[in-house]
Each structure stands twice: as structure tokens, then as C-alpha cells.
Design a protein around this ligand. Structure first.
Ligand code: GLN
Length: 207
């Protein structure tokens, strides 16, 4: 049975800190918590639908998308996350989080949330590039390059017309994208002290 949609926050009063949920089923959760707190927002660990009440934004971290997919359904989180997106709450998916957001997955894998009009292929950078780092130009967050950490990263092979590319890799493939209030990166922006992508997410909250 579908879980009822949790109530979202009214537009936060200017003196209320934004509440940012971090899906905490598995994966790189702690670093996102630190990034959110460093920006003066409240970080809320999301494991159950009841944890989602009053959230202003949601982060889907990196980790293992097959495990997260299973736990999202086990804990009944799919419908509450979709309801939050329908209400316009900004979301950031990093690496496995991007895989969870995508409308289409390569190799006939079932998509999960379908909130990003993209085709994503898991682990597609290839064995030799299981893990690498690169300085990325992301004009939407400023002139300074952002140091991106890629760990068994997904490749975006197709994008719908409503999706804006914020950054590309050396082979010209999109690695940071935005569709409305959904932001997604193939890399882990939370593993360095650079908070600019998290700040971009917070700036997308209605106030
Ligand atoms: N390879 C992982 C997956 O398919 C994603 C890796 C990551 O999030 N760092 O889910």
C-alpha cells in the first residue's frame, strides 16, 4: 500500500534554518551531513517515511544503487520521495543517487524514481577508471573549478530536452545536470570541503 505523503514545510520563515533530508539507508551519508551543517542548514537522516516530515530538500547519496533501491521499497520511501518532488522540493542525487533519479537505466535495469529525464549506465567508466579525480568547470557555481571524486561512477548516455548540462567530462559526457529542481552529479561533491553544489541545492528552496 502506498504510504501517505508526509507534510512538507510551509515556506520557511526567514529565521528558520532549512531542513535538508539525507537518505541514510546506505552509502556516503556522513559527508553530506557535514556539508549541509557547514552551510548552516539542519541535516535530517531519512530512513523511514516519518523522517521526511517538514523537509525542504532531499539528498540521495552515493553508495550502491541496487542496495538502496531495495531498501527504498522495503521502508516504503518511494511514494513519499515522489510526493516531495511533486511539491517542488529540490533534490540532489550524487553518483548512486543519480542512478536512483534517472528515468531510464541501461541494460534493461528497472528505473527507480524517474525524476530525471536521462539514460544512465551504471559503472560505465570502465575497470581502469573505477575511481579517479578531476577538476571540473561548473559555471553555474562560479569560476573556480570543483574537484570531483568519481567512484565507480555512472555515465549519462542520453538526456531529455528539459535537462540542463552544468558540467561535462573530458569526453564531453554530462557529469552534472539539472532538471527543474532536480540536481544530479556522476561524481561525489561531498568528499572535498567544497560546498558550492550543496549551496546551489539550498538556493533552490522556496523561501
Ligand atoms: N556503482 C554504484 C552503483 O551502481 C555507484 C557508485 C557510487 O555511488 N559511488 O550504484
Amino acid at each position: 500500500m502506498a504510504s501517505p505523503a508526509p507534510a512538507l514545510a510551509e515556506s520557511p520563515a526567514p529565521d528558520r534554518r532549512p531542513r535538508v533530508g539525507i537518505l541514510a539507508l546506505q552509502g556516503a551519508v556522513r559527508e553530506h551531513v557535514e556539508a549541509v551543517r557547514a552551510l548552516g542548514a539542519e541535516a535530517v537522516l531519512v530512513r523511514l517515511p516519518s523522517d521526511m516530515a517538514g523537509l525542504d530538500a532531499l539528498i540521495l547519496p552515493g553508495g550502491e544503487s541496487t542496495t538502496m533501491r531495495r531498501l527504498i521499497d522495503l521502508y516504503g520511501l518511494r511514494e513519499p520521495i515522489l510526493a516531495m518532488a511533486r511539491q517542488g522540493a529540490p533534490m540532489l542525487g550524487t553518483c548512486a543517487g543519480m542512478i536512483l533519479l534517472a528515468n531510464r537505466l541501461a541494460d534493461d535495469e528497472e528505473p527507480v524514481l524517474c525524476l530525471l529525464d536521462a539514460t544512465v549506465q551504471r559503472n560505465a567508466y570502465g575497470r581502469q577508471l573505477e575511481s579517479f579525480e578531476a577538476d571540473l568547470d561548473i559555471p553555474a557555481i562560479g569560476d573556480e573549478p570543483l574537484h570531483g571524486v568519481f567512484i565507480r561512477a555512472p555515465v549519462v548516455s542520453e538526456l531529455g530536452p528539459g535537462v540542463e548540462v552544468l558540467a561535462r567530462d573530458e569526453a564531453d559526457r554530462p557529469i552534472a545536470v539539472r532538471q527543474g529542481r532536480v540536481l544530479a552529479t556522476a561524481f561525489h561533491p561531498e568528499l572535498t570541503g567544497d560546498r558550492r553544489l550543496h549551496r546551489l541545492l539550498l538556493g533552490m528552496i522556496d523561501r
